[in-house]
Design a protein around this ligand. Structure first.
Ligand code: IPE
Ligand code: IPE
Ligand code: MG
Length: 237
């Protein structure tokens, strides 16, 4: 399908990749099978975002709360993430800047090394930004930003009354980036589940009744069309 240039160009999109477990259960498969299929869909959809001229796509891969899940499931997700990190080196030849959002100190040291390498090798790219939120929580992110600013106050480099919204934005993992225009949540759930709490202040929410492993390019087209029909006011008239 071909779209007018204005269709998706320059958009910042957040995606809560949800419904992997239900997808597997429906097929009588273990939940981990849903995560495997979901990981493929992640690659296809982020590639398609780049094709459409999207400026930034942020995918929610693992939340700070997802550690509560059974050990087997968490290990499978981390294993898939590790496989992705190896494959992500393809991005060296593509115009995509990869950034990881979240507290990476809890991840395997080998994964942390690869993440740093990928970020470093793609930092100069001027094409699409691909943010991967892993061990990410909006509250954790805001708390970390507050601590960083508090440390500056303690050192006498900043006064409390000098703290601005912009300074907080500059201490989020997404520093320097545009806020998401819309946040897409497949699987029919209508909540943010701790995703981009600071950045989502004026994001449109698009919820879709499809499980992430079944999500196709056509679904993304539909979500963008829905967003393009919305009337954003940002508190004005
Ligand atoms: C999203 O799918 C993937 C992660 C949270 C890591 P789920 O695993 O939450 O799937 P459902 O919501 O149980 O169907
Ligand atoms: C949000 O989905 C996290 C990711 C998609 C990575 P969850 O499945 O964890 O959210 P809840 O538990 O339904 O709110
Ligand atoms: Mg879920």
């Amino acid at each position: 399908m071909s779209h007018p240039k204005s269709f998706a160009e320059g958009l910042s999109i957040g995606i809560i990749m949800d419904g992997n477990g239900r997808w597997a259960k429906k097929r009588g498969l273990p939940r981990t099978a849903g995560h495997k299929k979901g990981a493929q869909v992640f690659q296809d959809i982020t590639d398609y975002c780049q094709e459409l001229g999207v400026a930034c796509v942020t995918v929610y891969a693992f939340s700070t709360e997802n550690w509560k899940r059974p050990f087997d499931e968490v290990s499978t997700i981390m294993k898939l993430f590790g496989e992705y990190l190896i494959k992500a080196f393809d991005y060296k030849s593509r115009d995509v800047r990869i950034v990881f959002l979240g507290d990476r100190t809890a991840l395997q040291p080998r994964h942390q090394e690869l993440m740093e390498e990928i970020e470093r090798d793609t930092a100069h790219k001027t094409g699409m930004i691909l943010n991967i939120a892993i061990n990410y929580g909006g509250r954790q992110e805001i708390t970390a930003a507050a601590r960083e600013l508090a440390a500056l106050v303690q050192k006498g480099e900043l006064k409390p009354e000098e703290i601005t919204e912009q300074m907080l934005s500059d201490h989020m993992y997404t520093r320097g980036q545009k806020d998401p225009d819309f946040i897409l949540r497949p699987s029919g759930e209508k909540r943010l589940s701790n995703f981009m709490l600071w950045q989502a202040a004026y994001s449109e929410l698009v919820e879709m009744d499809v499980l992430w492993p079944d999500f196709t390019k056509e679904h993304l087209d539909m979500a963008i069309e829905e967003f393009n029909r919305r009337n954003r006011r940002f508190g004005g008239l």
